[in-house]
Design a protein around this ligand. Sequence first.
Ligand SMILES: [Zn+2]
Length: 155
Amino acid sequence: MTCANCRKTEYLTRDYCRCGHYLGGQLEDEYIAWEQQLYSAHCSLSERTESKLRPFRYIVLLGLPFLVVPLAQMAFLAERVSVATLFWMAPALVIFGVFAIIERFLTRPLQRSAMFIENHTFADFFDQKHQIKSAMDAGSDDKWTVTTNSHTTEI
Ligand SMILES: [Zn+2]
């Protein structure tokens, strides 16, 4: 790791840098910052997912009458129920089915991200730190994609 005080590379096993800087504390700070970054990345992903889902929710609302009207007809006018009544429910069922698939597809990165937040360890932090460092050494730009958090989350 790199000492924040003297900018020299120091062994991870050492608690103190050769310049006297407390590396253990620095590492903890970096870990906490990394965790906060995970949470904020998750929050913005959650917002983006919600705004993607919103238009589909309206479509589901449009499908609702197709289900409610035949059901009401069945409940109150039981003697007049026909096959045609049941056919009226078909569009609603199609809409709900399609929405369930879309919702599942759109919330998958979010669930992955939530799972990572729940199960992450210090080792993950270390892996990413290492990945970022090697990317920096390789000279890529300063936009990182956290592959383990979510496949699309930029930090
Ligand atoms: Zn130092």
